[in-house]
Design a binder for this molecule. Structure first.
Ligand code: CA
Length: 530
């Protein structure tokens, strides 16, 4: 079955892509996608119980990708679901059963249908896999703590067999101690366990080969359910402060899943600076590009300063560093996610800047990740619950709109009323229509995602200019990251290029006038050889 699907994807992906038909380019079946991240509980509620669910995601798949021309669809071809496995928390990052769907979201049949529907539309479905820790309600942890015996262990820290005289293997799944260490929490029996993210999330000992057998089984199970890959949560914390061990684990996991299916895609969360990311990159397809994201990241900084030139240099330099540590690395650009304040807020609610940021990151090499609601300019900041508010398909009609998480601030919920998909679909100038247009334009030129980038310096520091080359194809990208008009002479490096597509985040239109390219403030031009 998996092989047939892989073959079909291969056939689709090797088909010729010819939209503007300047030149035919052949794309080899690969892992390059525009992903969309969904908090299932906040997306769409199919049965009116106030909780978003998997059938709700199925109901709204047409909005993401209708499998056809996507005239009223966003046009993404990847979907990342935040955790769907049973968990006592609303966000479900503390799993109690790795082999099931949380009943609040539906059942396994719903998941299988979602996977099949995604497959039909060419959407790669990936799920969050939380391996750093389990819930403290997971049967492994409950069994281990029931075996812990309080007895003196002498001068040294207890070895496991001292802690668990009955040799319960689950005692070795976690980090237990008879003394209070940093980030350790007390069990009811007077022992302590490591919980990097709190007492409800005991850390797994990922160096234990038996734990790894469990993990391999879990991965195979979900691949069998039709997922195309995994988003690996908290990979920075697998072995706290030990990048080499984290990287080893990521390589091991990659080998395991690729032995099942070489097309499986993995993206790891290492929420850290660029240097730390590079130390983790060796064996895994992708890592989220945190240095370019967030309110203080390179994209937001470049937009605040109206300085594009520095950004194109950073894009080139970052890509070359990635390819050096992993020739198959696929960057994973984004601006915000479920842990980060929503970008519309940190871009000051300025529609031009919100759109321009989208154009910039969607046109970076590699894969891109849109956080649900970002494409309509939803806001949310402060506590995590505020960043996971209900998706606003309609402001007027609350049918299908999930309840906000319990602790969300009511004023932040209210602030999103009036921002909605239905209204933005009717408005050609909306943020949503801009995202749709940007994704279409990007997909028209496969070299934008797949190419090797070289930054080009012009005499206007507001411009972010680079060429991205893939096989025999090359696209020249120019972003005007200031609010001022810019003129680019189509000579020298740009001689013989023609304007092949454009986006105008700030209104107006990118045009050629004689041998010049005239760009309004906040706009993007794609140029190709004639
Ligand atoms: Ca529901």
């Amino acid at each position: 079955m998996t092989k047939i699907i892989a073959l079909l994807i291969g056939l689709i992906m090797t088909a010729s892509v010819c939209v503007s038909c300047e030149k035919v380019i052949t794309v080899i079946g690969d892992k390059y996608r525009n992903f969309y991240e969904i908090y299932v509980g906040g997306f769409y509620d199919s049965d009116g119980d106030g909780m978003g669910d998997l059938r709700g995601v199925i109901r709204k798949l047409d909005y993401l990708n209708d499998g056809g021309e996507n005239k009223n669809s966003l046009g993404v071809d990847g979907l990342w679901l935040m955790p769907v496995m049973p968990s006592p928390s609303y966000h479900k990052y503390d799993v109690t059963d790795y082999y099931a769907i949380d009943s609040a979201y539906g059942g396994m049949a719903d998941f299988e249908e979602l996977a099949a529907q995604c497959d039909k539309r060419g959407i790669m479905l990936i799920i969050d896999l939380v391996l750093n820790h389990t819930s403290n309600q997971h049967p492994w942890f409950l069994s281990a703590t029931a075996s812990l015996k309080h007895q003196p262990c002498g001068q040294d820290t207890c070895v496991y067999d001292d802690l668990c005289p009955d040799h319960n293997p689950y005692c070795r799944y976690y980090y237990f101690s008879d003394e209070k260490l940093p980030d350790y929490y007390e069990t009811s029996g007077g022992y302590y366990y490591l919980g990097t993210f709190g007492g409800h999330m005991p850390d797994l000992d990922l160096s234990n080969p038996v734990v790894r057998i469990e993990i391999a089984d879990i991965a195979r199970f979900w691949l069998g359910k039709g997922v195309g890959g995994f988003r690996l949560d908290a990979a920075l914390h697998y072995f706290e402060g030990n990048a080499a061990k984290n990287a080893e684990f990521l390589s091991w996991f990659t080998t395991i899943v690729e032995s099942e299916n070489p097309d499986v895609y993995l993206v790891a969360e290492v929420w850290a600076d660029g240097g730390t990311l590079l130390q983790h990159y060796g064996g895994v397809d992708s890592m989220f590009n945190f240095p370019f994201a967030q309110s203080q990241g390179y994209i937001a900084a470049a937009l605040r300063q109206g300085q594009g030139q520095i950004l194109s240099k950073r894009i080139e330099s970052w890509q070359s560093q990635l390819l050096e540590v992993n020739p198959n690395a696929i960057d994973a650009a984004f601006v915000s996610n479920h842990d980060i304040s929503r970008s519309a807020g940190f871009f000051g609610g300025d529609t031009r800047v919100i759109k321009m940021a989208a154009a910039v990151y969607l046109f970076m090499p590699g894969n891109t990740f849109i956080y649900y609601g970002e494409e309509i300019g939803m806001t949310g900041s402060g506590k995590d619950e505020n960043k996971r508010l209900p998706m606003m398909f309609s402001s007027k009609d609350a049918a299908g709109r999930p309840d906000p998480p319990n602790d969300a601030d009511p004023d932040q919920v209210l602030r999103n009323l009036g921002i909605d998909v239905n209204e933005q679909l009717k408005d050609k100038q909306s943020i949503l229509r801009f995202y749709m247009e940007a994704i279409k334009l990007k997909n028209r030129y496969p070299e934008i995602a797949r190419g090797v980038v070289a930054s080009i310096e012009t005499d206007n520091p507001a411009l972010c200019v680079f060429v991205t080359a893939y096989g025999e194809e090359a696209a020249y990208i120019i972003h005007n990251m200031s609010g001022e008009n810019a003129t680019v002479s189509l000579t020298g490096e740009f001689a013989g290029l023609k304007l092949s597509g454009s986006l105008a985040a700030g209104g107006g239109k990118v045009k050629t006038a004689g041998s010049h390219l005239v760009m309004p403030g906040y706009s993007t031009a794609v140029l190709k050889k004639r």
